[in-house]
Design a protein around this ligand. Sequence first.
Ligand code: GAP
Length: 512
Amino acid sequence: MTQDELFKVLVAHCKEYGFIFPSSEIYDGLAAVYDYGQMGVELKNNIKQYWWNAMTRLNENIAGVDTCVFMHPKTWVASGHVAAFNDPLIDNKDSKKRYRADNLIEDYLGKIEEKMNKEVEKGRKRFGDAFDEEKFRQTNPNILREKAKYDEVHGRYVAAEAANDLKEYRQIIIDCGIVDPISGTANWTDVRQFNLMFSTQISNTGDADDRIYLRPETAQGIFVEYLNVQKTGRMKIPFGIAQIGKAFRNEIVARQFIFRMREFEQMEMEFFCRPGTEMEWFRKWKETRMKWHVNLGMGAENYRFHDHEKLAHYANAATDIEFNFPFGFKELEGIHSRTDFDLGNHQRLSGKKIQYYDPETSESYVPYCVETSIGVDRMFLAVLSHSYKNEKLENGETRVVLSIPAPLAPVKCAVLPLVNKDGLPEMAQDVMNELKFDFKCQYDPKDSIGKRYRRQDAVGTPFCVTIDHESLNDGCVTLRERDSMEQRRIPVAELRAVIDKEVNMNNLLRTL
Ligand code: GAP
C-alpha cells in the first residue's frame, strides 16, 4: 500500500469505527472541520490526560488554567497576530482555486527531493551490497542536476521568506513552471497576505469596534492570566502555566484530514524564567517533550527535531518535533523561546505592570518564556496512523488492528459472553460491573466470537474477556491480548490487576 492509499484507508477507518466524522455531514460537511465520535472522544481524552498529568502532576511548579476563546481585542494587537499572523496566498485565475504560495514552492522542492531519492533507490538495487549512498549522491549526474536545481530554488525561497518578498514568491512559482493541479495553467494572480484569524461581533450594533477574534492560539489566555496565577498560586520563577483548549484558524489550504483544521485543540505550556536563562530551559523542554513522545513506544526513529530557519515574530529560538506521518515527517509540536515579547507587549498595551520581583537577585523584571505547544488532533493522527496495521495471519486470513499504546486505547476491555444464553450474559454483566469502575469497558454479545475479536482489534481494544460455559463452574475466563492474539485462562478475581498493569496511565507517567 502506498502512503497515499494508507492515508485514504485511515480516513475511511476513522469514519467506519466511530473515531472521526466530517462535521455536519448531512449537509455535505464543512471543509477542514471534523467531529469526534464515540471512539475518537475516548482516545482524544486519553491523549489530553497523558499530557495534562505529565505537565501538572509531575511538575509541582506547573499550574493549569482554562481560559476563554473570546478575549479583549487588544490581546491580539499585543501578541502581534493582527499585524503578522498571515499566510501568503495566490489564486489561479482559471480554476479560481486558492493556494498558499509557500506550499506550492515547498511541494515543488519536495518533488525534486523525491526524484533524487528514487535515483538512489535505483542505484541501491543495481549495486547491491557494494552500494555507497554518499558517493552515489556526490557523483550521479541525474542527482547532481536535480540537486543544483533544488539548491537554487531553495536559496531563493529562503531569501524571499526572510524578506517577506511576495513578488519574489510569485516569480519563483512562474520560473519553476508550477501549474495549478486543477486547471493545469500558470495563470496566477499576485501573492497577497491573508490574516488567519476568524472574527465575529461581540454585540449586535455592527460597529467595527465590536469586532473580536476567535483565539488562534491558547497561549494568550495564559499570558493575560499570568499575574493572577503567579500571585494567587504564590508561584516562584521558574514556573509554568498549562492549558488545553480550542483554537481557530482560517487556514487557506486545509488538507490532510485532521492535520490542518480550522477548529482544533491545543495543549500549550508557557514556562516563565529569569531573562538570560531561557536557552537553558529551551534545551530542557526540548529534551522533556521528546521523552514524552518516545515514552509512548511508537519508535524513537519516527520523531526528529527540525530547527527553524525563519523565526516567528515572537521567538528567539524555535524547533519542531516532527513525526513520521503517512505523508512524511511533519510538525507535531512546536517549542519556542518567546522571550518577554508577550508579557512585555501586554504590559505596554494594558498599562498594567507585569513584573516579577526576584528575591534571589533583588530585581524586578518581565519574565522570559519558553513555550511547548502541541495540537491534540495532530497527536491523535500520529497515534492512529502509527497504530493502523493490516496484518496477514498464519491461517491466511487478514485482520485490521489498531495497536494503540494501551493506556491511550479508547476501550480497555471488551466483555464477551460466548453465547447469548445459558446464564453466560448474566455472568458477563457481573464481570462488566466489576471492571467498569476502573476501565472503559464494552459489552458485546452479538455475532461469532471471531467477528467480535476483529471488531475490537479494529478499535484497538487491548483485552477481550470471554465467558464460556466452563466459566460458570470454575470462575475462570479467557483473556485475549490484542497484539499477540494470545489467549489464557485466568480467574475473574485476577482480571482487574492483570488489565491494570498494561493500561494504567500512571505506568506511562512513571517511566517519564
Ligand atoms: N502558541 C504557539 C503556536 O500556536 P503553532 O506552531 O502555530 O504555534 C502549535 O501551533 C501546534 O498546534 C502545532 O505544532 C500543531 O500541532 C497544532 N496546530 C497548529 N495549527 C493547526 C491546525 N490548523 N490544525 C491542527 N493543528 C494545528
